[in-house]
Structure formats: structure tokens, C-alpha cells
Design a protein around this ligand. Structure first.
Ligand SMILES: Cc1cc2nc3c(=O)[nH]c(=O)nc-3n(C[C@H](O)[C@H](O)[C@H](O)COP(=O)(O)O)c2cc1C
Length: 240
């Protein structure tokens, strides 16, 4: 249905490292793209992400050294910092089951009961932590014993939780970049930054992590560092 348009957007999106200094990005482009990003698929709809829009000249200047003086940061007209918030699991789980509760009229049906149970019981099991690693050991034990008999969702320590939230956040980042492309502008995702200092600049707590920073502007030809190389399908696609 949208195949041709999608091809155009995917081919138009390149990582551009040098943005035109004379062209501003309309606020609506960033606003709309963040809103589209928030519609990305995400684990259990927990939405353990936040988007920090770096817009003012002063803030943009501050982020240049934090992004290690990369050209994509130096020339950026706007930036968005994609942040994971696994520490917010309690409030996001509550937000979800309250949403379900609002849909109940009279007796809850099976789906509503299951949904509430999922956010009240399964989410704590997945995300709860203690300072001693007890919850991680319990999760590993459950995964191991349940997994002996049948396929089971394997989880355990904080690394699993971090992977979970970063997966979802990266999908939001990709939606954002495709949206920026659809609006005729360019972007560059960056993982070259000083995470500690970025967190400090954004006043973020320990539980938050920076997924990536995306700079935006109208790209230039010099901002494209070469043709787009990708591996051959035989190397990476396995149809069985
Ligand atoms: C997670 C991630 C981190 C990246 N970090 C940087 C970065 O710090 N600086 C940069 O110039 N490009 C960065 N890139 C861009 C990649 O180099 C680029 O996507 C890749 O070379 C493919 O080129 P294309 O985006 O034009 O298709 C990053 C891309 C991703 C997905």
C-alpha cells in the first residue's frame, strides 16, 4: 500500500554529519516526529523511555563537547536525547493497569482480568530489583526450572532488563529518524557521547540510561561520508 513511499523514506534517510547552518528545522517537524516515535512498539507497552529535545542555542552549545565535538553535533540545529527509564517500571505498570481498569464496565472480562494481573504481578517479577541480587537469582531459577519442560521467557539479572528497555528505545529512535526523513530533513544517530556528563546535564538519576542522541538539520552533500555499503543478503539473511 505504501511500499513506494516507504522505499523513498528508507533510501532518503542517511546519517548526515554536516547540517546546513542557514536552514532551521520547524518545531512541528521535531514535535510530530517525537509523537510518532512514542507510537513505536515497545515491551509490554511499558514505555520506559523519555525524549529530551535540545532546542535552545545555549543547550545545543552545551551538548557539543558532550558529543565529543562530533561534526554532527557541532552543526546540529536540533537534538533529541533518547533515554531509557527502567527505574520507572512501577509507575508505568500502574499507568497500564489503571488504563485497563478504566475500560471495565461491571464485571471485568477475561482479557481485562489477565491484563491487570499482567501489570500487577508479572511486571514486578520482571523489573523488581533489590540490592543483593535476590530477585535476579529468583528470576534465573524460575527461567531455568520452567525452561526444562517447555519454551519459557528467559530472564535474570539487570543486564536483561537493560536490554529490554534499550530495544524499545532504539525502535523509538528509528521511528523518529524515519519521520525526520519523511519531513524532508536529515539526522545522525550518535552513540559517541559522554554518558555520565549527558546524564548530569539532563539531571537524570542513576536508573536512567542514554540510548542514543540524534542530531537533526537539513543535511549537506559533505555531510554524507560516502556511498551506502551493506553486506550481501547471503551473509545475513537465512530463510529456513
Ligand atoms: C546506535 C548507533 C550509533 C551511532 N553512532 C554514531 C556516532 O556517534 N557518530 C556518527 O557519526 N555516526 C554514528 N552512527 C551512524 C552510523 O555510522 C551509520 O548509521 C552507518 O554507518 C550506516 O550509514 P547510514 O545511516 O547512512 O545508512 C550511529 C548509528 C547507530 C545506529
Amino acid at each position: 500500500m505504501f511500499s513506494k513511499e516507504f522505499d523513498e523514506i528508507v533510501n532518503f534517510r542517511r546519517s548526515n554529519r554536516k547540517f546546513d547552518p542557514n536552514i532551521e528545522v520547524p518545531n512541528e517537524v521535531i514535535q510530530k516526529s517525537i509523537e510518532r516515535a512514542a507510537l513505536s512498539p515497545n515491551s509490554s507497552n511499558m514505555q520506559l523511555w523519555e525524549f529530551y529535545w535540545i532546542h535552545s542555542k545555549e543547550e545545543l552549545e552545551k551538548f557539543i563537547p558532550l558529543c565529543l565535538d562530533q561534526l554532527a553535533a557541532k552543526t546540529a540545529k536540533e537534538m533529541v536525547v533518547f533515554v531509557t527509564r527502567k527505574d520507572k517500571w512501577r509507575s508505568r505498570a500502574e499507568w497500564n493497569y489503571k488504563r485497563i481498569e478504566q475500560t471495565i464496565e461491571g464485571e471485568p472480562n477475561k482479557l481485562q482480568k489477565g491484563g491487570i494481573n499482567y501489570y500487577k504481578k508479572v511486571m514486578p517479577l520482571l523489573y523488581m530489583n533489590d540490592g543483593f541480587g535476590v530477585m535476579s537469582s529468583i528470576r534465573r531459577l524460575i527461567s531455568f526450572t520452567m525452561g526444562l519442560r517447555k519454551p519459557f521467557f528467559r530472564t535474570g539479572g539487570t543486564a536483561n532488563q537493560r536490554i529490554m528497555v534499550h530495544k524499545s528505545c532504539a525502535l523509538a529512535a528509528q521511528t523518529f529518524m524515519l519521520s525526520i526523513a519523511a519531513e524532508g530533513f536529515h539526522s545522525c544517530p550518535m552513540e559517541g557521547f559522554d554518558e555520565k556528563r549527558v546524564k548530569k546535564a539532563l539531571n537524570l538519576p542513576r536508573g536512567a540510561e542514554i540510548n542514543m542522541i540524534i542530531s537533526v538539520g537539513l543535511g549537506t552533500e559533505e555531510g554524507i561520508w560516502g556511498p551506502r555499503f551493506r553486506l550481501e543478503n547471503e551473509e545475513i539473511v537465512f530463510k529456513r
